[in-house]
Design a protein around this ligand. Structure first.
Ligand SMILES: *[C@@H]1O[C@H](CO)[C@@H](O)[C@H](O)[C@H]1NC(C)=O
Ligand SMILES: *[C@@H]1O[C@H](CO)[C@@H](O)[C@H](O)[C@H]1NC(C)=O
Length: 273
């Protein structure tokens, strides 16, 4: 081999290495890294193998989400109280993450559970729902994600939707911006002040259990609340959300994970009706 050929090979190897490095240090938000295709190499069963050190919990975790909220595993209680949401209107950004659509707040207030304050960070949606109730899957599920100031504790409120005739108020408000974002992957759009209180919940009837994030890195010790109200979304609104994401897959719901004997509570104000 002459000197020129060696230089060429060296150069190509260098290019290859650096692009591999860039891909590796890319954000979790990179849509190419994991998929929802159960037959794919980067599908849900293999998420833990994609980055074993960072995402290993997706595979070896024992408190993973989502789960089926099966009646026979649920203990009905009345002592968890009304959900304490202290939300406030705040500047918001819409972000197309490729695998989902997220709305992030700068300072949207907080949620209080057992005396701990979790700051509201973002809301995002999954279609169909990730959690099932007695085996029933709903058309869509929203996740309000909260974190303590130190970022160490996470609390998520999940709420499910069924397709119906009346549009969802909150999605109606951001519809114009959703349309503007369609087809632009991994882009952000500042959408002004948005009031998180416009996401209406029951807040009194809800499931509570300990689980994990439903996307890599599948971090555990997430306090889950699944609100008892089934919301309504129009087919058109749901399609808009899906179209914005424009994933190669129609769905973005992680399969049901083993309960492994975890307690599930259902809070209902006394007297039980
Ligand atoms: C599970 O995976 C995580 C991340 O790789 C690792 O830190 C942890 O030690 C693993 N736990 C077990 C029980 O293998
Ligand atoms: C979740 O875990 C915490 C800490 O281990 C525990 O105190 C709490 O009772 C658990 N919650 C449920 C609903 O099991």
């Amino acid at each position: 081999m002459n000197m020129e050929a060696i230089t060429k090979i060296l150069f190509i190897s260098l290019l290859f290495l650096s692009s591999a490095f860039l891909a590796r240090s890319g954000e979790v938000d990179d849509e190419s890294e994991f998929s929802y295709d159960e037959n794919a190499e980067n599908g849900p069963a293999n998420w833990g193998d994609i980055h074993p050190n960072e995402w290993g919990t997706c595979k070896n975790g024992t408190m993973q989400s989502p789960i089926d909220l099966l009646n026979k595993n649920v203990e009905v209680v009345s002592n968890l109280g009304i959900l304490q949401r202290y939300y406030k209107p705040s500047k918001a950004t819409l972000l197309n993450r490729g695998h989902d659509l997220m709305l992030r707040w700068d300072d949207g207030g907080y949620l209080k559970i057992n005396g701990i304050q979790y700051q509201l960070k973002q809301v995002h949606w999954h279609t169909p729902s990730e959690h099932t109730i007695n085996g029933k899957r709903f058309d869509m599920e929203g996740h309000l994600v909260h974190e303590t100031h130190d970022g160490k504790k996470i609390a998520v409120i999940g709420f499910v939707y069924e397709i119906g005739l009346s549009p969802d108020l909150f999605l109606s408000i951001i519809e114009k911006d959703l349309r503007a974002l369609a087809d632009k992957k991994n882009t952000e759009r500042h959408i002004g002040i948005i009031d998180p209180n416009l996401i209406k919940l029951d807040g009194q009837k809800y499931y509570r259990y300990n689980g994990s994030l439903t996307v890599p890195p599948c971090t555990e010790e997430v306090v889950w609340t699944i609100d008892g109200k089934v919301k309504t979304v129009t087919r058109r609104q749901m399609k808009l959300l899906r179209d914005v994401v424009h994933d190669e897959f129609e769905t973005n719901a992680r399969p049901i994970q083993p309960l492994n004997g975890r307690p599930i509570k259902f809070n209902k104000p006394w007297p039980f009706a």
